[in-house]
Design a binder for this molecule. Structure first.
Ligand code: SAM
Ligand code: DTB
Ligand code: SF4
Length: 335
């Protein structure tokens, strides 16, 4: 199939997405790499550090999640962290080279209470450190999204996880439309959108294609799309799912890159099970962001040292904070 390299589109048909996804693997990687070179600096990888600011005890039934209260996963419930402690983590992450800091809470949704006010305060504090601040706190109203924006929030992570059709096999305590509504509220508040999914949930290739189609046909592409490989967690219904094949990860990343040329495609959960060569393939296929630090939210991740060694081996460099905004201001100033 001929891919129109020059255009950013959001009117793909499902058949078009299917055709891209099903290209012979190396052909797909080659095309994704060409588009990546055309739209982005391929040496740059955004480094984002995650911190679980409120852990465990979640009321939802997401079948993959170590933090759902209803599964015995051995994750200890922890109340909302103190702002000072969060800022200490953020400063450490910044010193280690991260330019984005993402705070996660095991909440179904945000409630208008003192805990939310404390999160707003944390957002302000991390923003003042000069980092791009991201949160993932569950469902949001438009008013809550605006409050987060006013506090300086740069991005909001809210994943679709899988296709609309497969969603109810994985989560029954909320709907796909609930997810889409929160994403809409985030957009309306002028916060950038980080939205992706997980592979290895027992979904079919058709489900993956449908999820990518949903993402790529949003009125605006998400600025960032995390692609997670399921980290199977003992005690959850998906504990015994098969390990995700690296070629499936590469195929997802390459298709996402072709469909959404300027989006940050994040090689997310699952890196501890991947070799450097496998991760290099993902970067070649268009991944240009990772989560760094030895913990994701509750599960292990490669250390800063391991990632630094990988970056120097592959000739990659961390992307600066607020790069898009700086470029925009530069262009507006006519420089
Ligand atoms: N509670 C909020 C929510 O659900 O949006 C925010 C935190 S939640 C843990 C953030 C995302 O982590 C989920 O949407 C899911 O995509 C990802 N995630 C959770 N457990 C995972 C696992 N075991 N393997 C891979 N990704 C996982
Ligand atoms: C995303 O897509 N992946 C990250 C982040 N967004 C919040 C979370 C991965 C969590 C993996 C399981 C854990 O560490 O608890
Ligand atoms: Fe886990 Fe978020 Fe689902 Fe809660 S809502 S169980 S934290 S993924």
């Amino acid at each position: 199939m001929n891919i129109n390299i020059a255009a950013i589109r959001n009117n793909y048909s499902l058949t078009e997405v299917e055709a891209i996804y099903n290209e012979p693997l190396l052909e797909l990687v080659f095309k994704a790499a060409a588009i990546h070179r055309e739209f982005n600096d391929t040496a740059e990888v955004q480094v984002c550090t995650l911190l679980s600011i409120k852990t465990g005890g979640c009321s939802e039934d997401c079948a993959y999640c170590p933090q759902a209260a209803r599964y015995s996963t051995g994750v200890d419930v922890q109340a909302l962290m103190k702002k000072e402690q969060v800022l200490e983590y953020a400063q450490k992450a910044k010193d280690a080279g991260s330019t984005r800091f993402c705070m996660g809470a095991a909440w179904r949704e945000v409630r208008d209470n003192r805990d939310f006010d404390r999160v707003l305060d944390m957002v302000k504090g991390v923003n003042e450190l000069g980092m791009e601040v991201c949160c993932t706190l569950g469902m949001l109203t438009e008013d809550q999204a605006k409050k987060l924006a006013d506090a300086g929030l740069y991005a909001y992570n809210h994943n679709l996880d899988t296709s609309k059709e497969h969603y109810s096999e994985i989560i029954t305590t909320r709907t796909y439309d609930d997810r889409l509504e929160t994403l809409d509220n985030v957009r309306k508040a002028g916060v950038t959108v980080c939205c992706g999914g997980i592979i290895g949930l027992g979904e079919t290739h058709a489900d993956r294609i449908k999820m990518l189609h949903t993402l790529a046909t949003m009125p605006e592409h998400p600025e960032s799309v995390p692609i997670n490989a399921l980290v199977p967690i003992a005690g959850t219904p998906l504990a015994n799912n098969k390990k995700v094949d690296i070629w499936d990860m590469v195929r997802m990343i390459a298709t996402a890159r072709i469909l959404m040329p300027k989006t940050m495609v994040r090689l997310s959960a699952g890196r501890t099970d991947m070799s450097v060569s496998e991760q290099a393939l993902c970067f070649l296929a268009g991944a240009n962001s990772i989560f760094a630090g030895d913990k994701l939210l509750t599960t292990p991740n490669p250390s800063f040292d391991e990632d630094n060694a990988m970056f120097s081996l592959l000739g990659l460099k961390p992307r600066a904070a607020f790069k898009e905004e700086k470029q925009y201001l530069h262009e507006v100033a006519g420089a």
